[in-house]
Design a protein around this ligand. Structure first.
Ligand SMILES: Cc1ncc(COP(=O)(O)O)c(C=O)c1O
Length: 315
């Protein structure tokens, strides 16, 4: 991984080496933080870096912080503009990743969310694929259960809850799989360790409901729209049984990090033909054109970094 050169830290852009916290920092000890993951895509023909759905990412970032009772002195616009400024300072001419973090900077002992001081840091760095085999992923149903809304709200991107994801991911990989599919307390499919889940069954794209303890994914919403509007594939949000997945024609994960990855087997059972399916393949191609700003209809989702202009307002 290429390290960032700069960071937005304590209200200003500083060299990355100066963005440091003490070991007693509250969030470092108790996981009391919220974060985001945003991608910038380099379009070589346009010589432009496009940030995908930046406002939607910062809306969820602020919502996640609110779940932790953090009162941040920044709006969606502030955070979006700061991010563009940071990316310009980094001068990326390649695909990159942006990591905002809201954390309690207090160096103190005591588990709580109140009476603490939140801070925001943002860094960015060049970033390619998160998984190597995006067209042929082997997944396993995890023996870990997804965090429940009454345990740690899964809809927010909350630092501490990623222990749940890490447990599932490590066990899947140590067991010889690429990724985990995590069930919720009711035994229904929730999502992957860091990505939302879709299957194609009887020609319908099915994804878990937002009340099934999933992160409210922005890529998931993007895929739902592209499936309906561009591929003419109906989409259902509903509870999904484990055994339905075994019988699905196709399945895939999606998320900012993983982008879109075809799941070709689950628990060593082939999904459909055991190869990437036609809907998944078509959607993948379309998704990469959309995020690189090549599809005019969805250009409002892509904020140009180098061209001056307002931060794209997206639905
Ligand atoms: C647990 C989890 N689910 C789903 C996603 C996908 O969300 P998004 O598409 O907003 O990146 C992520 C990625 O950030 C995640 O960490």
């Amino acid at each position: 991984m290429t390290m960032p050169q700069f960071a937005f830290f304590k209200g200003q852009i500083v060299p990355y080496s100066e963005a440091k916290v003490g070991v007693l920092t509250h969030t470092l000890n108790y996981g009391t933080g919220a974060f985001g993951g945003i991608r910038g895509y380099w379009n070589s023909e346009a010589e432009e870096l496009y940030v995908f759905r930046i406002r939607d990412h910062y809306r969820r970032f602020l919502d996640s912080a609110r779940l932790l009772c953090m009162e941040l002195p920044y709006s969606i616009e502030d955070l979006s503009h700061t991010t563009i400024e940071l990316l310009r300072t980094e001068r990326h001419r390649t695909d990159c990743y942006v990591r905002p973090l809201a954390y309690f900077s207090d160096e103190t002992i005591g588990v709580r969310l109140h009476g603490l001081h939140p801070e925001v840091s943002i860094v960015s760095f060049p970033f390619g694929s998160y998984v190597t085999n995006e067209e042929d992923l082997h997944a396993a149903v995890s023996s870990w259960t997804r965090v429940d809304d009454n345990v740690i709200p899964a809809r927010g991107k909350i630092v501490g809850s990623y222990i749940n994801s890490a447990l599932a991911k490590t066990d899947a990989q140590r067991g010889g799989y690429d990724e985990a599919i995590v069930l919720n307390h009711n035994g229904h499919i929730s999502e992957g360790s860091a990505e939302n889940f879709f299957m194609i069954r009887n020609g319908v794209a099915v994804t878990s409901r937002i009340t099934d303890n999933i992160l409210e994914g922005i890529t998931r919403r993007t895929m739902m729209m592209l499936l309906r509007e561009e591929l003419d594939v109906p989409v259902e949000e509903r509870a999904i049984d484990r055994s339905e997945v075994y019988l699905a024609e196709e399945a895939f994960f999606c998320g900012t990090g993983v982008q879109m990855a075809a799941i070709t087997s689950v628990d060593r059972r082939p999904i459909g033909t055991g190869k990437i399916g036609p809907v998944t393949a078509k959607l993948r191609r379309l998704y990469f054109d959309v995020v690189r700003g090549k599809v005019q209809k969805y250009r409002s989702w892509c904020t140009p970094v180098y061209q001056s202009g307002a931060v794209a307002a997206t639905a």
